[in-house]
Structure formats: structure tokens, C-alpha cells
Design a protein around this ligand. Sequence first.
Ligand code: ARG
Length: 582
Amino acid sequence: MKELIVKLLEATIDQLKQQELLPSDLNARIMVDKTKDKSHGDLATNLALVNSKPAGHKPRDLAQLIVDNLPNSNLVEKTEIAGPGFINFYLNSQWLASQVEQMAQSKTLGIVQDQHQNVVVDYSAPNVAKEMHVGHIRSTIIGDAIVRVLAALGNHVIRANHIGDWGTQFGMLIANLEDLAKEQGIDPTHISLADLESFYRQAKQRYDSDEQFALRARNYVVRLQGGDEYCHTMWRKLVDITLNHNQQTYDRMGVSLTKQDVMGESLYNDMLAGIVDDLLKRGIAVEDEGATVVFLKEFKNKDGQPMGVIIRKKDGGYLYTTTDIACAKYRYETLKADRVMYFIDSRQHQHLLQAWTIVRKAGYVPESVSLEHHAFGMMLGKDGKPFKTRTGGTVKLRDLLDEAENRAREMIKERSSNLSLEEQEQVARTIAMAAVKYADLSKSRTTDYVFDWDNMLAFNGNTAPYLQYAYARICAIFRKAGVTLQEHQASLELNQEQEEALAQQLIAFNDVVHQVAAKGMPHLLCNYLYDLSGLFMSFYEACPILSADDSVKASRLQLAALTAKVLKQGLALLGINTLERM
Ligand code: ARG
């Protein structure tokens, strides 16, 4: 409720500024605290004391001015001015109780579906003929959480999986696929590659060492770009094999991407020539030593001159930037995006800004449509260095998930021996995926992130198992009470401090979810759920539920039920499953 009072005070000060009763440049410091002694109300602020000078009023006069202009709110029962100019607030716990009751009756748990934008979310984006690795994990997990949050607020969300499915490497990949099919005597359209990594490595190695092979590969690149049917079929095969692999990983992780969401680099191929010509014609791009270049004064090269961004090479080839220019244009023109959110690691920041500067100059996407880079740092090992296998290789996502399950299985065998083997397996898998996802989601994404098995699987601290356990524990209370959690409805009586604190946290759910959508920051929801669990534990310790009198018991069960529902729904928005027993 502190925040609600701060909001009320902010609104009052804004209004007083508009009425010129306070200086318009006043940067008021507003602090609201719990009172030590209930005879001074529930909350108090010293705002009139600390802002007296810049506001140009004596403290008590300023306090009076604010109290007189406070908007009507059911939240505040009464106010008083105390001592040198403190303002005390007496809160209306009836109001809080009714807020919680409304929330308990709402299908969305109080989430207001007031957003109706077309939002394109660019995330995951692995490359064809390569296995997904740790480098894709952050984009995939964070992007998928944001997609769920945006949809829950009423938006129409378009998932865009911008896979790397185009480029000169496809010549050698096609040649290699062809040979493999020949050796095995099977139709190349029926080959499946168990190990994409070694396939890619093999192709590259042959390209570098075998001149005949390289020649054939280069010929295939030209044919593929020219629309040759055979090369196109082979290319399609490589894409399909990769997508099948990736889909298994997505399904295993509970990531909501499907093959329908693939909008890879190849999709924009046909737009590239037209865009480069258009930019040339309009003088935005120029020919420079045979290449086509856009000089951007917004970016300086190392000599302090406008930076040249190449959009077509001397040999006629296009670049990653050209594709992202076309891609932004397509998302606005064809997908009718109001907002585009890119979840890509921070090393690509300059690349995106350059592509978008060109897009804006050309007027391909109006300023009213936001293009947002939600960048994140790298995944590091415990030693603070990039996360690698013991032998220094890239960690495949598949291997990482296997290890998570193995570790969770060991842990559950010890902890939950009361469960059947089948249940144990189910619990272990759910916890494993949750732990990997939550460890990433719960850190502010802008910084590098240290991947630490022990931390993420711990049952205490801000972890998935802790939150899942909090949920399972509430389910156990309901089993014991013989009451259905989903259906329990009762009116609330908020008498204890811990009940009020829990109720206040509960009603903040909608706000937090909106913040996550605005900022693209799922850790805000993680922190909220973690605090909610903590407040529930304090409540549970201080306020006996099952032994209380009927109406108090019903009220406390209501708080518990709503806490469980918010935990489950909040975790679901993060792409994390809960368990009723663990
Ligand atoms: N495939 C790229 C990579 O692995 C990421 C693509 C991100 N999206 C984009 N529109 N550029 O680095």
C-alpha cells in the first residue's frame, strides 16, 4: 500500500503544480514509511519537511496544502498532520479486503486486459544445420516469457523465429548432404541427421581441403540463389532436419514456438534487391568502390567520420544488415506491427541500431511503431568465463537439459522418496526445466549471467524449486483441510499485520505484469513471486489456518488460495509449470 500512497501523493503534487500552487520545477522527494506506533496511523510521510525549501512553503503549511488537495480515495480512512509537519495516514483495511475479494473472483486474477497491439517478438533464432547451444538459451527463454505476458494483457502476439537459413554456407552443406545420401544409398530427402554439429564440421572441413568439393559447393550457392529446383529441395531438407531437431528441444522445454513461427532470413531474400535499389535511387545509399553503402553520421568510424554500412557487397551479395532492414519493413507493412521487440544478445546492438537508422531514414517504418532491442549479456560459467564444456567446446542445449534432469533426479530421489518412481520422474523433469528457465529469467537480463547448477536447483533462495515448493505446500494445506483450492471463496478479515502485508502484495500482481510487458523484463515478475512466497511463509507462521475459528479459517484459506493461484499463474506466464505434490 506504500506504493499506492506514493502514487496518491505524486498525483496531488502534480495537480498543485498545474494550479501553480507549487513551483513547476519542483522535484519532490516522496518517502512513505510504516509508523512505529499505530496511534499515529498506518503510514506516514516526511515529505512536507524535506521538500519545504524548494516548494517555498513552511513544512506545516505544505502538509496542509497536500492534505487539503489529496484526491478522494477509498484507501485512506483519514489523515492528520503531526509534529513539525508529518502527514499520517489511517488506512481502510476494508478497502484492501474488498480488492482481494474482487481479485479472487476475477478469472484473470485481476490482470486487466487493456492492451490491444500487434506485437512481433523476435526470439530464439538458431541457425540451420547447427545444433541449438547455450548461446540461444537466453533469447529463447526470455522471449517466450514475454510472449506469454503480452498475450495475457490482451495483445495479439506474433512469434518470429528469425532463423539463420540463408547464406553462402548452404553450398557446402548441400554438397555434403548429397554425398552422404549417395554413400548411404538413400534419397536425400529422406535422410535424417542425428548429429548436426558433426555434419556441419565435416562440410566445412571438406570445403577447406577438397578443391573439387569447394567448386561444387560454390556452384550450388549460385544455383540456389538463382532459384534452381534441385538446390532448393536440398536446402529445404536441411532446414526441415534442423527444425525437427529444434522442435524437440522447444517441446521438451515447454517453449511455445512451433514451425509456424519460423520467419527465417530467407523470407526476406526477394526484398533485398528492391530495397538496395530504392535506397540508391533516393540518395540514401551510394556506390563506393563497387559496393553499395549507407553513410550514417549517427555512427562514427575510427577516424571520426560517418560510418559506412555496406548493404550490398562488390560481388552482389547482401548482408545480415540488409536482411534486418527488409525484416523491419516486412514486420510493419505485412505483419502490421505496432511494436517489435527483439530479444538478441547485446553484441548485436550496434548492428540493429544501424539497420533501424536506415529503416527510419527511408521511412520504411514510422516512428509511431517502436523497434526495441531487449539486449542481454552472455552466459558465464562459475569461473566468470564464457560457459563452455570441460574441453572448451560450446555447450549444446540438449546436453545441458540432460544434465539438469540428471541432477534433479538425484535430488528428488533423496528428498521425495515418499513419491512413486513414476511421480519422482515427473517431478524431476518439471523441476529441471523450471530451474534452468527460472535461473535465467530471475536475473536482470542486461548483465552477463553466471550459470550455477547448485544455486538454480536449491530449495531456498530465489529459485524455481523454492517457488514450486511454496505452491505444493499450499496445495497440501488444502488437501488437509478437505477444501478445493480452485473453488474456495470467502469474505476476508484482515486483522493481523501479516495478513495485510500478504493482501497488499497480492493486489500488486496486475501492476507487475504490466511492468514486465512495458520493459521486457521478466525478472520483475520473478522478484514479485519470490516476495509473495516469503510473505506467505511469514503469514503462515504467524496466523494458524486450520485451527482458527470458522470465519477466520475461511478468510485465511482465501488468502492461501489466492496466493497459490497467483504463484501458478505467475509461473505459467514465465513458462514454468507447478506441481501439486513434490
Ligand atoms: N540467427 C542470429 C544469431 O544466431 C540471431 C538473429 C536475431 N534476429 C534478427 N532479427 N537479427 O546470431
